[in-house]
Design a protein around this ligand. Structure first.
Ligand code: TA6
Length: 300
């Protein structure tokens, strides 16, 4: 049974709960470090703005906010597969949980002024029909001077299973054509724009000059975006993630996405914290795996 605003408000002193677009319950956080908005739908961090800065996360003006549909922007939570299902073309893109209703389980004001909340979701008869395993996920979100998200996957079944996962972060930039992306030099990647050919990233900073959709493999490196227009440097650090995706839809793909404005592509880039393909994770029965992304922005 989904939690109600009344139940959440009586159980948790903070954050403040309200019905957002589409009636989806949104948890609003404001503290001295930052403001944020998180939906129980998909445990979706939709907004994060560090004090004194423009918003750090991109959100499409055309995003849907509907039960069963993904939100276009912020940080979609991807599990148990990344991208299209390997064999079932009828299965949803990017797994099952970004469109599920999660439950708020914890909320805490931290001594450093940040706010920390925990959301959980588990398998259902419906998910087991598509992916025949039992699991429990917990997303812990710390809203402070940085945005820290930890996705814990627990194998609650009696057999080992393998999964892919991602924190599919949409970052707000001044103009994607002017940013420089650093940190992936020398890493191998699968180029979705070139038949998933395996390539090696050249040493110079990555510039976005066309539709870009690359799955970097076997890299634990932090990635930095230098944004001259918004005059800030965004760093995405990660723990227990061996893949990173860089994505911008550019012109034609933007037009093909009904929940994404035709003119929005210059304002965003996805730097995604991932475990996919050969970096997928195999989890023994009863075991857990936690992947963390920490996103920080400094003005310059
Ligand atoms: O992470 C990049 C990507 O896999 C792209 O290929 C594009 O499909 C993007 O995710 C968005 O996927 P979605 O299912 O949210 O439209």
């Amino acid at each position: 049974m989904p939690q109600t605003i009344e139940e959440l408000t009586s159980r948790f002193r903070t954050p403040r709960f309200e019905a957002g677009p589409g009636g989806l319950i949104r948890a609003g956080i404001s503290n001295p470090c930052a403001d944020a908005a998180i939906y129980l739908h998909g445990a979706h961090v939709a907004e994060y703005r560090p004090a004194g800065q423009p918003p750090l996360l991109f959100m499409s003006d055309r995003s849907l906010f509907e039960a069963g549909k993904p939100i276009r922007g912020g940080v979609p939570v991807i599990f148990p597969w990344f991208g299209p299902h390997a064999t079932d073309s009828g299965a949803p893109m990017h797994g099952l949980v970004r469109s599920m209703s999660w439950r708020m389980e914890s909320a805490e004001q931290m001594p450093d002024g940040s706010s920390e909340i925990g959301l959980v979701v588990a398998d259902t008869a419906e998910t087991r029909r598509i992916w025949p395993h039992s699991f429990a996920l917990r997303l812990t979100i710390n809203v402070g001077a940085a945005l820290k998200m930890s996705l814990e996957v627990e194998n609650t079944s009696t057999q080992a299973f393998s999964f892919e996962a991602a924190l599919h972060t949409y970052l707000q930039v001044g103009d994607v054509r002017q940013i420089a992306i650093v940190g992936l030099a020398g890493a191998e990647y699968l180029d979705r724009m070139d038949g998933m050919k395996r390539k090696t990233q050249s040493p110079e900073p990555i510039r976005i000059t066309c539709e870009t959709d690359r799955l970097y493999l076997n890299t634990t490196a932090a990635v930095t975006i230098d944004d001259p227009l918004l005059r800030r440097r965004i760093t995405i650090e990660k723990v227990n993630s061996r893949s990173t995706v860089v994505w911008n839809p550019w012109i034609d793909k933007s037009k093909a996405m009904p929940d994404f404005g035709d003119e929005e592509w210059p304002q965003m880039v996805c730097i995604e914290t991932v475990n996919a393909k050969e970096n997928g994770v195999t989890l023994a029965a009863g075991a857990s795996h936690t992947m963390t992304a920490t996103i920080r922005s400094r003005l310059h």
